[in-house]
Design a protein around this ligand. Structure first.
Ligand SMILES: [Fe+2]
Length: 307
């Protein structure tokens, strides 16, 4: 297997999603169900930049696994299929993203699940706008560490509110689960993004970015690191600015995950000088500082009472 194939290639071009479900949402004919989250949980998320919600999406595990199976069976029919296992190494690390308009189970989830409401409330936002979804699978035998990183320097968006809703689709042991540095979303820093394959910095010419990620794995006692074993359906909210990564511990059981990324009131388009995820085709129809266009990034939840 190649070191990394398909990375950030539009195997299927981006087009404005024209779907009856989106029209129905815009017309108020579909309202996504509200997630029941407490004030204390929202406060904990705001403070820590990460929040675990045990069993929050257990009822979506089977449909999302079915959607992911389409992704896996025919990777080239969907966007950004990437293989990131080194030649000669055991296992498989596959991911794919931006497929929510193409895979019915993913579309169903973004339209009809409680995720939009959960994201909007956790962000303390008046609305939740879908950025994209991302699926991951590690097969047994994989020993691929994800370097410590923040998500936001990869994205074409700025703002403090952005949140990922990460759902485990299999049980995962603590040593192979994603780990987070509590409070790192408030360090006031955005570090250079990393090439996942070798941990090298890239986009180092980006305005305002000056630092390489500290050696968190080398000095774990210096950081408030949280990781937990996960059961299928367990959900983790984490900020686009929260530092996270994985170890290279060997994955012993198939480990699938489905993440949706959400934008809040303060999200603004940010043109990157270098590589971005996803690399939307030109022209994007937005200038730096513009709100994210709602025909590409649909608003799927509004706070009750907000207009
Ligand atoms: Fe990440």
């Amino acid at each position: 297997m190649n070191d990394q194939t398909g990375f950030n290639q539009w195997t299927v071009p981006w087009t404005t999603p024209e779907l009856p479900e989106l029209d129905a949402i815009r017309a108020g004919e579909i309202t996504p169900p509200e997630f029941v989250i407490t004030r204390e949980q929202v406060d904990a998320y705001q403070r820590d930049g990460v929040l675990y919600l045990e069993g929050a999406f257990t009822h979506w595990v089977e449909p999302l696994r079915a959607g992911l199976e389409r992704n896996l069976e025919n990777p080239g029919a969907y966007r950004f299929p990437a293989e990131s296992t080194s030649k000669g190494d055991a296992g498989r690390f596959f991911d794919s993203y931006c497929n929510w308009p193409l895979i019915p189970e993913y579309l169903d989830f973004v339209i009809r699940s409680e995720a939009a409401s959960l994201a909007g409330q956790a962000m303390n936002s008046r609305m939740a706008q879908l950025f994209h979804e991302h699926t991951f699978i590690k097969e047994p035998g994989t020993q691929r560490a994800t370097p410590w990183h923040q998500d936001i320097p990869y994205y074409t968006v700025s703002g403090d509110q952005g949140v990922s809703v990460y759902i485990a689709l299999d049980d995962a042991d603590e040593d192979t689960a994603v780990r987070f540095v509590r409070g790192s979303h408030r360090w006031g820093k955005i570090y250079f993004p990393k090439v996942f394959l070798d941990g090298a910095d890239f986009n180092t010419g980006e305005e305002g970015y000056t630092d390489t990620m500290p050696d968190i794995g080398g000095r774990p006692a210096d950081y408030d690191i949280v990781s937990k074993p996960l059961k299928a359906g367990d959900t983790i909210l984490f900020s686009f600015k929260t530092v996270h990564g994985t170890t290279d511990a060997e994955v012993r059981k198939r480990r699938r995950a489905f993440s949706t990324r959400w934008l809040g009131d303060d999200a603004r388009y940010l043109e990157r000088q270098g590589e971005a995820s996803p690399p939307f085709p030109e022209p994007v129809g937005m200038n730096t500082g513009d709100p994210m266009r709602a025909d590409w990034f649909p608003v799927l939840w509004r706070r009750p009472g907000a207009c």
